[in-house]
Structures are given as structure tokens and as C-alpha cells.
Design a protein around this ligand. Structure first.
Ligand code: AMP
Length: 221
């Protein structure tokens, strides 16, 4: 069977990260989050990380050349052999073109899931989002709170609000999405890949993950 590449597409706060974490377990494939990879570089404090931090703090996008290179290298790692989920990539048409060339060269036809979520829900989700700085687990103060308030269920770390979830940055991230990322949808639709729209806010994260699993099974059976 062909290697599975699942592209989780959607605006910030649509649930890409949460779905990717659930699906990587059920599907047994790698999770590639360019946002997590960039945050790791920021934490490492190297030159690339410092440059990325400046862009991320303002809600903009890190240059294509940097992100493309990171993803090209990451896909070659052994844990991607069975397949991989792309979360937060591609975010520009130029990234989508690069990805489509890389996948074509490997004989992989990706499956695209567009997580559709109402704008007001996104704003509410991002303002209530919390993340564990140690293991990366995602929580929501309203719909998916940890057992002990502000403490990670898995490792007891104190939750943090991501720098770019602050209200003054969220607006710019959504503008970057409309301007640079929304056009990627047309590219992916036009590329002839299996493409699905999934309502991303009307059920629990687990129920939405099951819908996506069923879609994948339908395409692959
Ligand atoms: P995320 O965790 O996916 O919301 O990403 C957080 C931030 O990292 C974004 O707001 C961007 O500044 C940067 N970023 C993540 N993925 C990409 C990408 N594919 N292209 C450019 N910038 C990215």
C-alpha cells in the first residue's frame, strides 16, 4: 500500500494540531507540525530560531525557503516511512508547489482534509487555548480543560498561553491566513488530490478524528 500523506488544512484554531495528535496514534504515522518545529528552533535560540521568533511574534509567516527545507528534511526521517500528517504546511502557494513536486517524486498522492470552523469559534478557541511547554499537549479552558486547572494531565507541567495566541497577534495570524494561506486551497483542489471538507466544531475532537479515519479508509479501500 502507498505511503499515506494526510494534509490537515485550516485556519489557526481549526483543530489541526489536536486532530494530528489523535490521528498519529490511531494511524501509526508521523506528525509533522511546522509550528512545533519552529518553536523548537526558537527555544534552541540559534540564528534561524531568532529570525523565526521575530516573524512568529508578529503573526506573520516564516520565509518559504526556511520552512520548505525543514519539511523536505523531516520527510526523509525513518518515522515517516509508513506515512505522515502535515499540520500547518503548506501555508503558501509556493510551499504547496514544492510539496506537490516532492510527493510526486516519491509517487505519493496526498489526501487533503479541510477543517472548516466558524470565525467566531476560532477567536474563542485561540483565546482559551493552553499548551503544555514540556510535552506539547493542547487544552482548552472551555471545552478540554485538564483535570487540575492549568496543570498538564500527562506530566504535571504548568500550562502556558502561546505567545502568538495573545489577542493582539491573533488578528494578524488570521489576516496572514486569508492573504497567503486561503489561496492554497484552490491549488490543492486543482491538483487532483483526494479532498474532503470536514466540519471542525460540531463534535468532540475524538468524533471528528473518527470521521477523518473513515474518509481515509474510504479512499484507501
Ligand atoms: P502553528 O503552530 O501551525 O499555528 O504555527 C505557529 C507560527 O509558526 C505561525 O503563525 C507562523 O509564524 C509559523 N509557521 C508555522 N508553519 C509555517 C509555515 N508552513 N510557513 C510559514 N510559517 C509557518
Amino acid at each position: 500500500m502507498h505511503r499515506l500523506c494526510l494534509i490537515l488544512f485550516g485556519p489557526p484554531g481549526s483543530g489541526k494540531g489536536t486532530q494530528a495528535k489523535l490521528l498519529r496514534q490511531s494511524l501509526g504515522i508521523a506528525h509533522i507540525s511546522t509550528g512545533d518545529m519552529l518553536r523548537a528552533r526558537v527555544a534552541a535560540g540559534d540564528a534561524l530560531g531568532m529570525e523565526a521568533a521575530r516573524v512568529m511574534q508578529t503573526g506573520g509567516l516564516v520565509p518559504d525557503a526556511v520552512v520548505n527545507r525543514m519539511v523536505e528534511d523531516r520527510i526523509e526521517e525513518p518515522d515517516c516511512e509508513k506515512g505522515f500528517i502535515l499540520d500547518g504546511f503548506p501555508r503558501t502557494v509556493s510551499q504547496a508547489r514544492l510539496l506537490s513536486d516532492v510527493l510526486a517524486a516519491k509517487g505519493i498522492s496526498p489526501l487533503v482534509v479541510h477543517l472548516k470552523v466558524d470565525y467566531n469559534v476560532i477567536i474563542a478557541r485561540l483565546s482559551g487555548r493552553r499548551q503544555c511547554p514540556t510535552c506539547g499537549a493542547l487544552y482548552s479552558v472551555t471545552s478540554n480543560a485538564p483535570t487540575v486547572s492549568e496543570v498538564c494531565d500527562y506530566d504535571g507541567s504548568k500550562m502556558v498561553v502561546r505567545d502568538d495566541d495573545r489577542p493582539e497577534v491573533v488578528g494578524e495570524r488570521l489576516r496572514a491566513y486569508e492573504r497567503q494561506t486561503a489561496p492554497v486551497l484552490d491549488f490543492l483542489k486543482g491538483a487532483g488530490y483526494a479532498f474532503f471538507e470536514v466540519e471542525g466544531a460540531d463534535a468532540s475532537p475524538q468524533a471528528i478524528a473518527r470521521r477523518i479515519e473513515e474518509l481515509i479508509q474510504g479512499v484507501r479501500s
